[in-house]
Each structure stands twice: as structure tokens, then as C-alpha cells.
Design a binder for this molecule. Structure first.
Ligand code: AHR
Length: 523
């Protein structure tokens, strides 16, 4: 989405933005919004915009990896359309191989000649055959093609400390060991760059049904055996809690005293947004009511309380903020699309998901001094995906566009935003903020402002001052569930948003149910 706007288009857009403004003037109060460039906050680690890819359904097989002999156009087995879309998205970080899958994954199954790799059962996800065609080398090759950092999730549940230590050695070492010789023979003479390594996943559930105490002891045992060259030592992640839980953070911080020989660089946390809040009937991805639009956004906003509660504990134990709080799984989880394998977690993705993405990004940005990584679940064909595929067809989802619009926020410096009023979106007897905002000074020197209007029917007028320009992208749609399909892949995509600025001021109208990212210029 590079801005290439001719003067004529620009004039037309300014005119239409002004007309939009006029139509709203009578209806709504104007909110003054200002970005304070004199008080830079935390750096927004680019990995806040990280992705998660698990051996689950068509997330990797078909979604990314089709094999060299596929009729789907590919480069060395990676499908070309998805590869290009991910490059355009500037994916900063990939987490792999799970999820629940990680705790049943034996890395040795995924190396060496593909035809002799063992076939196993993916018991977590549909009981399908896993032929291990996509393994360690394939993962790192993908990360390299995308220029992404790497996050490998180790197997604590069914693997041994030796197996985990050997995997890290295989990936990172340059010593003349048999394992390293094996890696070289498998086509990678140089060590892989492992940026992050996790010891288990969801230890409270699919990762082994452990108590926080038991996991903390195991963490110490396994972490103590992880060896890698100093200049290629990954950040070590401990598996934390979910939803409201703080006991995992608390127990880990009490029991694990990180040192040079026992690293614990971060604690992870998971939170999935369910429209109904219930796992048996979660709610539909499309065709939902306003009640479910509202409850989905209401439920997603709870993540701020969960982060706050965990961060408060971390601040007590680790006031210097050396240990990160990584939300390494988040996003929407709906009932699977009708007719699809329930174990594949395939769901459509609508404007609601994009608006929700904006809200989550704003929250993550607010806690960026601790939340230095998040991974949306999952990148392709699974849960809140960026990309959906159907054999050779591919569509980009509203969530893809939400991420793309926020590229300037990667490694930017957050800036405080203040609002003269805090309009609410009321539904029945509950309400949520109607307006959410986040701003940052990007690496290109420009200040960017991200805005979300959560209301289904009310547009909103915003007055901006001390800016140079207000140009960017808007994502909205007629319906709450506006989405792209394989038949109509361009139903929803960002449109240019340009407002006329005079004497450093402008008044803009942001439509109901919209996400907007504006470049305010070099302030
Ligand atoms: O993302 C799907 C699953 O959700 C992951 O495998 C697991 O970690 C979580 O429960």
C-alpha cells in the first residue's frame, strides 16, 4: 500500500472526506484528539506484530507448503501467492511448530530426506497424518525468505531434556559434532538463527496438565540444559497462563531466579476472544447479530485487565523490566465454518476481526515496555487468519489489512494520545469505548495515528491540530460481517483517506465500524 496519489485523486478524496465531515457535523459532537510528540514512550517492538503458524489443519500444509510437485505455483514447495502476500505484510516474527502440536513434536521426524521422514498422527488437530514434510529446515527457509525473526516452541510435554537440548544444539551450534554434521549434510552448513525458544506450551492444558509449581521445576530443569553459542542464544520463554490467570506468572517469578546459566527472558500468556465467552457454542464468524458484534469487542477488551494484572506482578518481582510478557497466542475463536473439519479450526474473517485487531494492537502498544511480543493465531487458514486459501485460490482477510495498515508501528516509538471526550458505545446495559486510538513516531520520522470506531451505527468527528497532514488508509464496510470470499476476493480492502489540513488543523469523520491509520507527517 505505497502511497502514490495523483493531485487529481487527492482533490477528489479531500472533497469526499469534507462531504463526509459535513454530513456528520449535525449528528455528533466533535472530539479533540492530540498526540504529544514531546513525551515519547516505549519502543513498540516489531514483534508485537508477530505471527503464529502451527501444524494444524491447512495452516501449513496447503496454506504455506504445497511441495515442489504441486499444481499450485510454488517456489521450492512454498506457494508463491501466499509467500508474496506475507512479504508484503512485512511479517516480523514467526512462531512454530505449535501450540498444542509442539508438545507432541519430535524434531528428528522433520529433518533429512522428505521421502524417508516418518508419518505420525496429529492427535491434537483432527487426527490426520502428519508426513513431516515441513520441518526445521523448511521453517527457517521460510523465515529467511520473509526476513522474519524465529520463535521455535520446544516439546516439554512428551520430549526429554536431552531431545530439547539437542534440537537447540542442532539449530545453533557450529561445533564439529555429529548433530551439526547432520545439519550440514541436510543442506544448512551455517547455524540457523534462533531468536526465541519456548519450553513447552500451555503447560496447564494440552502441554501436560501441570500445576504452576510442577511446571516451574521442569522449566528450571530443561532450561538449565539448553546450551547455544553466546552470539546465537535465543531468548528463553516460559509458558504462562491464560485469560484471568496470574498464578503462572507469580509462581514462575517466585521459583525461577534467572541467571546466566538459567535464562528466563519472558513469560507467555494466551487469550482467545469468543463472542459468547463459551467454548461449547462460541459464536459464528459471519451472519452474527449486533449483540455478538458488541460482545466480541467487549470480550476482547478484557485482555487489558489480564495484561495489567500480570504486569503488576512482574513489576513487583522485576522492576527493571528485564523479563517480557509475551501474548504469544491471541485472536478470535469462532465455531468452525460449516462443512469443514472441526479439528482444523477454519473460520471466515470479517470487518469485526479487523476492528478487534485494532483494539488489541492499541492495548499491546500501551504496555509495550513489557509486551514486547505477541503472536496472532494463526497466520493462514486457522482461527483469525491473515490469509485464506482454497486449493490454488487465495484471499486476504480484513485482519491481513489491519496488520498491513500498522506496518509503520513496527519498531516505532509510542506517543501519548489525549482525547477531549471518551464517547461510549452502549448496547443493552453495557458499554465499551466507541473510540480507541494509538500513536507512534515511526522509523521514517512520521507520526502515525491509529483510530478505531467500534460503534455499529455512529460515525464520529475528530478535530486534529498541530499536524502536517492527515493521509492514510481506512478499512470499513456496509455490514458488520463484510468479508472477502474466493468468489469475491475484493469486497473489503483499505481505501485511501485524505483530509485537507489548513494551519495544522483538520476535522475528520470516521465512519461507524472502521479502522483508520493516518500519517500526520513529520511533527
Ligand atoms: O491456536 C490453537 C491452539 O490454541 C493452540 O495449539 C493452543 O496452544 C491453544 O489452545
Amino acid at each position: 500500500m505505497k502511497m502514490r496519489i495523483t493531485t487529481k485523486i487527492k482533490q477528489l478524496l479531500i472533497l469526499s472526506a469534507s462531504l463526509l465531515t459535513l454530513s456528520a457535523t449535525a449528528k455528533e459532537d466533535v472530539v479533540d484528539i492530540s498526540v504529544d510528540i514531546t513525551k515519547p514512550g516505549s519502543e513498540l517492538n516489531k514483534n508485537i506484530y508477530g505471527q503464529f503458524m502451527e501444524h494444524l489443519g491447512r495452516g501449513i500444509y496447503e496454506g504455506i507448503w504445497v511441495g515442489k510437485n504441486s499444481f499450485i505455483p510454488n517456489k521450492e514447495g512454498y506457494r508463491l501467492d501466499v509467500l508474496q502476500a506475507l512479504k508484503d505484510l512485512q511479517v516480523p516474527l514467526l512462531r512454530w511448530p505449535g501450540g498444542c502440536f509442539a508438545d507432541e513434536y519430535h524434531w528428528q521426524d522433520g529433518i533429512g530426506p522428505r521421502e524417508s521422514r516418518p508419518k505420525t498422527v496429529n492427535s491434537n488437530w483432527g487426527g490426520v497424518i502428519e508426513d513431516n514434510a515441513f520441518g526445521t529446515h523448511e521453517f527457517f527457509a521460510l523465515a529467511e525468505m520473509l526476513g522474519a525473526e524465529t520463535y521455535v516452541n520446544g516439546n516439554l510435554g512428551t520430549g526429554t531434556a536431552r531431545e530439547m537440548a539437542e534440537w537447540l544444539h542442532y539449530m545453533t551450534s557450529d561445533a564439529d559434532t555429529t548433530l551439526v554434521a547432520q545439519r550440514r549434510a541436510n543442506g544448512h552448513p551455517k547455524p540457523f538463527k534462533v531468536d526465541y525458544f519456548a519450553i513447552g506450551n500451555e503447560a496447564w492444558g494440552c502441554g501436560g496438565n501441570m500445576t504452576p509449581d510442577y511446571y516451574s521445576d521442569l522449566f528450571k530443569q530443561y532450561a538449565g540444559f539448553l546450551k547455544a553459542p553466546t552470539d546465537n542464544f535465543p531468548k528463553i520463554i516460559a509458558s504462562g497462563g491464560t485469560d484471568t490467570q496470574t498464578i503462572w506468572t507469580e509462581t514462575l517469578l517466585e521459583k525461577v531466579k534467572p541467571s546466566w546459566s538459567l535464562r528466563m527472558d519472558a513469560i507467555s500468556h494466551h487469550y482467545y476472544t469468543l463472542p459468547t465467552g463459551k467454548w461449547d457454542v462460541k459464536g459464528s464468524a459471519t451472519g452474527f447479530s449486533e449483540q455478538e458484534w458488541f460482545s466480541t469487542l467487549y470480550n476482547t477488551l478484557k485482555i487489558e485487565d489480564f495484561i495489567q494484572a500480570n504486569v503488576a506482578i512482574m513489576d513487583k518481582f522485576d522492576p527493571e523490566k528485564k523479563i517480557g510478557f509475551y501474548v504469544d497466542e491471541w485472536g478470535t475463536w469462532y465455531d468452525v465454518d460449516k462443512g469443514t473439519n472441526p479439528g482444523f479450526l477454519y473460520q471466515q474473517n470479517t470487518l469485526r476481526d479487523a476492528v478487534l485487531t485494532g483494539l488489541n494492537i492499541h492495548i499491546f502498544n500501551r504496555y509495550a515496555d513489557r509486551v514486547q511480543m505477541t503472536n496472532i493465531a494463526q497466520m493462514v487458514n486457522v482461527l483469525q487468519a491473515m490469509i485464506l486459501t482454497d486449493k490454488e485460490k487465495m484471499v486476504l482477510t480484513p485482519t491481513y489489512y489491519a496488520f498491513k495498515m500498522h506496518i509503520p508501528f513496527q519498531d516505532a516509538v509510542s506517543l501519548p494520545v489525549s482525547l477531549s471526550a471518551t464517547p461510549r458505545y452502549q448496547f443493552d446495559d453495557e458499554s465499551i469505548p466507541a473510540l480507541s486510538a494509538s500513536a507512534a513516531k515511526a522509523k521514517d520520522g512520521n507520526t502515525y495515528l491509529s483510530l478505531v470506531n467500534t460503534s455499529v451505527s455512529n460515525e464520529m468527528m475528530l478535530k486534529l491540530q498541530n499536524i502536517k497532514q492527515a493521509e492514510g488508509w481506512m478499512l470499513t464496510g456496509d455490514k458488520m460481517d463484510t468479508h472477502n470470499t474466493f468468489e469475491q476476493p475484493n469486497n473489503i480492502a483499505p481505501t485511501m483517506f485524505i483530509a485537507a489540513v489548513s494551519e495544522g488543523k483538520t476535522t475528520i469523520t470516521i465512519p461507524a465500524k472502521s479502522l483508520i491509520v493516518l500519517n500526520l507527517g513529520k511533527l
